[in-house]
Design a protein around this ligand. Structure first.
Ligand code: 2YP
Length: 261
């Protein structure tokens, strides 16, 4: 009896070590770290005449960094840790396009409000601030159609403008949970984990989110791993996320979103 108990005990111990090792493997964080020093690429998704899936891990902006990291993490086989290209492409399409369907420029999820809702609806994202933060804001979205000159694909097509106006109206007036920047601390909160997606909310009229990145705990400080337009590359912020927000008058707070796998 004693022998059996011992064998069972050590089998359980081995099992829990394996479980622990898996729990400790933070795909989002590891994949995000692999992008450090990748050059910043401007408007990399807008180079083709016809809307098509752009695969580019050589140059990223704040959104495409997060999209690539998320697609890699979702596509990663938990046993072999391999990412096959077909799965990666399938996930990237689901992440970037409304209901995973590519159907022209307006089918791309240009606004992070809709990008997040789509991910939740498709089952691969969860809204952590919705559970953890009591503070809410109401979306008022019209930035793209109010700045047609900044978007060549809108400048060239009245149809695209009309479709984007409809989309903007459909995502305006939504109540979303966020953490106002005054409540954020340099350490962050216990419920914000390394690898979480951070969307920075803004008071720029007509816009919902102004920047995004991946949460990273650096010696007890909550920092942001992001594609920086200041240094034109992917890097971990030298100051805390709280300090980044404090320095930018148009940034109002954060939404915290987590991959659900
Ligand atoms: C998005 O901008 C674009 C998408 O069209 C594009 O400009 C808007 C409303 N959407 O598909 C996507 C990927 O290139 O970028 C982002 C932009 O952030 C930039 C690119 C950055 O900091 O690297 C998202 O909306 C995230 O924050 C905002 C920001 N746009 C503006 O500030 C106008």
């Amino acid at each position: 009896m004693k022998g059996i108990k011992y064998i069972l005990g050590s089998a359980l111990l081995m099992l829990s070590t394996a479980v622990m090792a898996q729990a400790q493997r933070n795909e989002m964080l590891l994949n995000a770290v692999s992008f450090i020093n990748t050059p910043y690429g401007v408007k990399t998704l807008d180079m083709n005449n016809e809307e098509q899936l752009v695969l580019n891990t050589d140059e990223v902006d704040c959104v495409t960094l997060v999209e690539n990291v998320l697609a890699m993490s979702l596509a990663e086989n938990s046993q072999t840790l391999e990412v096959n290209e077909q799965d990666f492409t399938r996930w990237l399409t689901k992440i970037r396009y409304r209901n995973g369907v590519i159907d022209g420029y307006p089918s791309r999820l240009h606004y992070m409000t809709e990008w997040i809702s789509n991910g939740i609806k498709q089952g691969f994202l969860e809204d952590i601030t919705a559970v953890q933060s009591p503070y809410t804001l109401k979306t008022d979205i019209n930035y793209m159609t109010s700045h047609v000159n900044s978007y060549p694909k809108l400048q060239l097509s009245a149809d695209n403008v009309a479709k984007m106006k409809q989309i903007e109206a459909s995502i305006t007036g939504q109540e979303v949970h966020y953490v106002p920047k005054d409540y954020l601390t340099d350490e962050g909160f216990f419920w914000i984990r390394s690898g979480d997606i951070i969307a920075i909310t803004t008071n720029t009229p007509g816009l919902d989110v102004a920047h995004m990145g991946i949460a990273m705990n650096v010696d007890g400080t909550l920092a942001l791993l992001h594609a920086s337009t200041t240094d034109m590359k992917v890097e971990v912020s030298k100051v805390s996320l709280k300090e980044m927000l404090r320095r930018n008058k148009s940034w109002t707070g954060i939404r915290v979103i987590r991959m659900k796998k």
